[in-house]
Design a protein around this ligand. Structure first.
Ligand SMILES: O=C(CO)[C@@H](O)[C@H](O)COP(=O)(O)O
Ligand SMILES: [Fe+2]
Length: 229
């Protein structure tokens, strides 16, 4: 994408429901949809790849059944290739796997696309961009983790900004089609910097689901920080 094309683009926001009231998950999804979210981001954790266990296939299916938003599934699980078909059958439109978790990443990405979803690859904060050099032409999305995966509500790691800038250059120089998603610790106070570094899709969990304000107010605050409200 050229600088000119990027200048006119609208940034997408993908709220993560990880810190929502999960007893009222349908209400949380309806609230982000009404507030103009572009995706619903679902964080799947297995207690092995990350030290936390969250939701699985039935919850993804339940969310897909009650929303028009594209369902963006972030798999923080070992051997994700064993489950991608089931997540896609459940309604996932984007399936992102961690490069650290899939030995035959090219095969996994191919399988996600064959099954009809968009394929994303995610990088932990300590994983260098070199890990995606070979897979870049085959993916729809690269997810830069700006916290160590496993929990919502953590603090943004500032060195992520340089990594996003370098990834932006890598994608643009190679003419790759992948979009850049950034996930972890993004608030109204830093969203502009993340977008200026090159992000196309912002994941925001605790900034959207917070006791401090309604979902609608929180989303408006993020848009305002982007200069879009
Ligand atoms: O994947 C993850 C955490 O592992 C994220 O999607 C978080 O759930 C985002 O939450 P905040 O950092 O925005 O609170
Ligand atoms: Fe996530």
């Amino acid at each position: 994408m050229t600088v000119e094309q990027r200048a006119g683009r609208r940034v997408a926001i993908a709220p993560s429901v990880l810190t929502a009231d999960l007893v009222r998950l349908a209400d949380a999804v309806a609230a982000i949809e009404a507030a103009g979210a572009d995706y619903v981001h679902l964080d799947v954790m297995d207690g092995r790849f990350v030290p936390n266990i969250t939701i699985g296939i039935p919850v993804v299916e339940a969310v897909a059944d009650v929303t028009h938003l594209p369902v963006d599934v972030h798999l923080m699980i070992v051997e994700p290739e064993r489950y991608v078909d089931q997540f896609i059958a459940a309604g996932a439109q984007i399936v992102t796997v961690h490069v650290e978790a899939s030995v035959h990443l090219h095969r996994t990405v191919q399988r996600i696309r064959e099954a009809g979803a968009q394929a994303g690859v995610a990088l932990n904060p300590a994983t260098p961009l070199a890990a995606i050099e070979e897979i870049l032409p085959f993916v729809d999305l690269v997810l830069v983790m700006s916290v160590n995966p496993g929990f919502g509500g953590q603090t943004f790691i500032p060195t992520s900004l340089g990594k996003i800038e370098r990834l932006r250059r890598m994608i643009d120089e190679r003419g790759a089609r992948a979009v850049i998603q950034v996930d972890g610790g993004i608030k109204a106070s830093n969203i502009r910097r993340v977008v200026d570094a090159g992000a196309d899709i912002i994941v925001a969990g605790s900034a959207v689901f917070t006791p401090e304000r309604s979902v609608a107010e929180a989303m408006a605050l993020l848009r305002e920080a982007l200069g879009e409200a």
